[in-house]
Design a protein around this ligand. Structure first.
Ligand SMILES: Cc1cc2nc3c(=O)[nH]c(=O)nc-3n(C[C@H](O)[C@H](O)[C@H](O)COP(=O)(O)OP(=O)(O)OC[C@H]3O[C@@H](n4cnc5c(N)ncnc54)[C@H](O)[C@@H]3O)c2cc1C
Length: 418
């Protein structure tokens, strides 16, 4: 019997494999993709996430690639004026014991993967979708469409080589427990639990990255900047040691050409996307418009969510638990989806080592410890959508509040201390 089986080697699944490894536990990590790649996009990691990544031994590896922004700024997207600022850098380190960092997703994934590989006790099965599972009294049997099954005892590094050998059999895998870390459209969730599927929010995320060296001096930045406008906002921050600028535009789709269907919109030509975006942002200040005009290649991602978690049984039942987006997808308006997946991983690895408990008890303890914090972050992310995209009196009140109490409103002790 395999120990614990994780479905999905995204940021959440890899983090769990690493956290388990640090606790001396082996696992099998099953991933449907033939290789682990990440889109060209950035990710923000608060001090609560950095503390965990440091705890897993990734400090040195990450510091070769991350950026450490000096501040978080809120600006009016129409006028360009600064509304408030929160120092990050040493303020964050002193207050929360770790920095606020920004990183290219591929760099974070590579650091996690390398650490998992070096540990040697994770079996990775690439190109192996899990289609369903059945629970028994002593564990779970997964049905895998395996084209890269490893011999018993074969480890991650060998497994990646084996991914090229194809044998399209349906392979059962019996595990003592199953963790669904398989993202928003989780098969683990859908095939065993009667929970509602994700729904479209009508919001779109346009994402791009640009080398700062190609930008005029006035458009370069080493801060996280949130530009707020009616029905939209823009976030910019440095990645790759400050050499690239990550740019995300989030907007409520109005007169859009994009179908609100899951996944990247690959149908529309990148130049047409750039034109759509410039049209949608035409009321914005010159700084925003100039920055957008420097970017030719955008990718657009429609945003889906599920209802806020309502109890621990939506994260764990018997020998099965969910982690990350599979359990609690959220709008990216607090920049916490991956962060919460990593917190889940840290907590689940700790619960897993409580061998005085039965396996269902360990997973239940994980769900009890995690669901309320995840639900709070989901709710705050939704609230931020209304705040960031406010119009009329609400926008006026938001701006006044930020001007009077900016640092207090932007700091998040409940989140960063957790
Ligand atoms: C525009 C935008 C900006 C964001 N910015 C931030 C940010 O700044 N900070 C932050 O913390 N978060 C951010 N997020 C959220 C973050 O990207 C996600 O929450 C996070 O990546 C979720 O990780 P995950 O491992 O749970 O799921 P995923 O990354 O979706 O990984 C799931 C994995 O499971 C695999 N899989 C799926 N189905 C199967 C199957 N049947 N069998 C086997 N494998 C399967 C997939 O191939 C994938 O590898 C942002 C999101 C968006 C859209």
């Amino acid at each position: 019997m395999s120990d614990l089986a994780i479905v999905g080697a995204g940021l959440g699944g890899l983090s769990l494999a690493l956290a388990l490894q640090q606790a001396g536990q082996a696992c099998t990590l099953v991933e449907r993709a033939p290789e682990l790649t990440e889109v060209g996009a950035g990710i923000q990691l608060g001090p609560h996430v950095m503390r965990r990544l440091y705890g897993w031994g990734l400090k040195e590896a990450l510091h070769e690639r991350i950026a450490l922004p000096e501040a978080l700024e809120a600006r009016d997207a129409l006028r360009g004026t600064q509304l408030a600022t929160l120092p990050l850098g040493s303020y964050c380190e002193q207050r929360y014991g770790a920095p606020y960092a920004t990183v290219h997703r591929a760099d974070l994934q590579a650091a996690l993967l390398r650490a998992v590989e070096q540990g040697g006790n994770t079996v990775l099965r690439l190109n192996t979708p899990c289609s369903s599972w059945v629970e028994q009294h002593d564990g779970v049997t997964l049905e895998l469409a395996s084209v890269s099954a490893l011999a018993p005892g074969q480890t991650l590094a060998q497994g990646q080589g084996a991914a090229t050998q194809t044998s399209p059999a349906k392979v059962p895998l019996h595990a003592s427990a199953l963790i669904g870390a398989d993202g928003l459209w989780s098969r683990v969730r859908a095939s065993g639990w009667a929970l509602p599927e994700p729904v479209s929010t009508g919001h779109l995320a346009y994402r791009a990255m640009v080398p700062q060296a190609l930008l005029p001096e006035r458009l370069r930045s080493q801060t996280v900047t949130v530009w707020m406008g009616p029905h939209l906002h823009l976030v910019t921050y440095p990645v790759r040691q400050g050499e690239w600028l990550n740019v995300v535009v989030l907007m409520q789709a109005q007169d859009t050409h994009h179908p609100l269907t899951p996944g990247w919109d690959l149908a529309r030509h990148p130049h047409d996307m750039a034109a759509d975006l410039q049209a949608a942002m035409r009321g914005c200040c010159a700084g925003v418009r100039d920055l957008l005009s420097m970017i030719e290649q955008w990718r657009v991602w429609p945003l889906f969510v599920r209802d806020t978690l309502a109890g621990p049984d939506q994260m764990a039942r018997g020998h099965v638990a969910l982690l990350g987006d599979a359990a609690h997808p959220m709008l990216p308006y607090l920049a916490q989806g991956a962060g919460m997946a990593m917190e889940d991983a840290d907590c689940l690895a700790q619960c897993w080592t409580q061998t005085d408990l039965t396996i269902p008890q360990r997973l239940h303890r994980y769900a009890v410890a995690r669901w309320q914090r995840n639900a709070r972050v989901q709710l705050q992310s939704r609230r931020n959508a209304d705040i960031f995209h406010a119009t009329g009196w609400m926008r006026w009140g938001r701006d006044l509040g930020l001007k009077l109490m900016g640092q207090r409103l932007m700091d998040q002790p409940w989140l960063f201390s957790g």
